[in-house]
Design a protein around this ligand. Structure first.
Ligand SMILES: Cc1ncc(COP(=O)(O)O)c(C=O)c1O
Length: 384
């Protein structure tokens, strides 16, 4: 910290990974040192320990760790044989990886709109996207609901549509491991769940990482084989085309330590979100939790009238307060994805949200004085 900068203007981190690092202290160093001592850098004992703890944490039968959230998604789609001619329905208002994995396998992502209050897939648009896929001669095989910004999607509605249409559900919980839907933790919805341990995620490691959660024994065996080049019982007996998709042992060691304080951090994130919402509801549209759902607040995202957020971002920046825009362009308007089909009726909500959303600093170490500084700056900027 620079002692010459007056406290009102000291830069605030968007996500305070250093504060968490400080709290964990020597435990993290010792965990990493244990790995550098035993030297089992690939699939060492910490990997299996972590997988057991992740499964217990969310109540899934299997947790299979892997190299990233993107690999978690692609491994499930590979295991299900998704390929050319198949359609997979995704929301457009999400990070690109949700649809990228579909296109990577030669299948067609078909974009659905989202609900403006939750930012998550709109069930009516999901139905229209399935119909659109069929009209185009594609075979709808799966839906990837995304639990955006830490908040679960409308899983009951998605499950009902998927069952009626015979689609499997791959839940993209990259941002939301630790959240619950009607008392049930994410990781237990649909055929499988993919999550990410990218450092900025609520449960992040010190590099890239991810996991697949599932109750399906056959799928668990397949993705375990696919993550290491499609091996059989013998690792040099390759029976399918796979990936180098493992989680490093050092990352597993880091995650074991982080998981031990994760519940505390979720509580702190929820307290910070509640303080923001109480203080900012008069100047912005603040996120509201639907009844029965809990969030892990990967992002705290407010909505402003179009044209107002650049001014807010600049005003906050001048006071050392960072903001972020997730996402400035929905996927169906991105150059790499614009040729893929969309649900009939268009994706007006995704397009509008891209101009209205702005995210404020959020993490489990946002102390009240720091948060008050942010709230005060937002209030001043938006009251002008
Ligand atoms: C919604 C969503 N899906 C997938 C991913 C991909 O995760 P990773 O960056 O670990 O590959 C991310 C992470 O950035 C994400 O936010």
């Amino acid at each position: 910290m620079n002692p010459h900068v007056s406290p009102e203007f000291r830069p605030i981190p968007f996500i305070d990974v250093a504060a968490q690092r400080h709290r964990l202290g020597a435990r993290i160093d010792e965990a990493i040192a244990r790995v550098t001592a035993h030297c089992q850098f690939i699939l060492g004992p910490e990997v299996a320990v972590l997988e057991g703890e992740l499964a217990t944490f969310c109540g899934a039968r299997h947790a299979i760790s892997c190299a990233s959230g993107t690999d978690a998604l692609v491994l499930v789609l590979m295991a299900k044989g998704i390929g050319p001619g198949d359609a997979v329905i995704c929301p457009s208002f999400t990070f690109c990886a949700t649809a990228e994995v579909v296109a990577l396998l030669g299948a067609t992502p078909v974009f659905a709109d989202v609900d403006e209050a939750t930012f998550n897939i709109d069930p009516a648009s999901l139905e229209r996207a399935i119909a659109q896929a069929r009209r185009l001669g594609l075979k709808p095989r799966a839906v990837i609901p995304v639990d955006l910004f830490g908040l679960p999607a409308d899983h009951d509605a998605v499950a009902a549509i998927a069952a009626a249409e015979k689609l499997f559900i791959l839940d993209d919980a990259a941002q939301s491991f630790g959240a619950t839907y009607r008392g049930r933790p994410l990781g237990t919805f649909g055929l499988a769940t993919a999550t990410s341990f990218f450092p900025a995620k609520p449960l992040g490691c010190y590099g890239d990482g991810g996991a697949i959660l599932t109750d399906d024994d056959e799928l668990a065996a397949l993705v375990t084989s696919l993550r290491v080049h499609g091996h059989n019982a013998d690792k040099y007996d390759n029976v399918r085309i796979g990936l180098t998709g493992r989680l490093d042992t050092i990352q597993a060691a880091v995650l074991i330590e982080k998981l031990s304080i994760f519940r505390d951090e979720i509580v702190a994130r929820n307290e910070a979100a509640a303080r923001y919402s109480n203080a900012l509801g008069n100047v912005a549209i603040v996120p509201r939790l639907p009844r029965g759902l809990t969030s892990v607040w990967a992002q705290y995202t407010i909505r402003l009238e179009p044209g107002r957020r650049d001014g807010l971002a600049a005003a906050l920046k001048s006071e050392g307060i960072p903001t972020a825009i997730y996402y400035p362009k929905p996927l169906h308007q991105q150059e790499a994805y614009a040729h893929f089909p969309c649900a009939d009726g268009g994706l007006a909500v995704s397009e509008r949200l891209a101009h209205e959303v702005i995210s404020l600093p959020m993490h489990g170490y946002l102390d009240e004085p720091t948060q008050d500084r942010i709230i005060d700056a937002v209030q001043r900027a938006l009251s002008r």
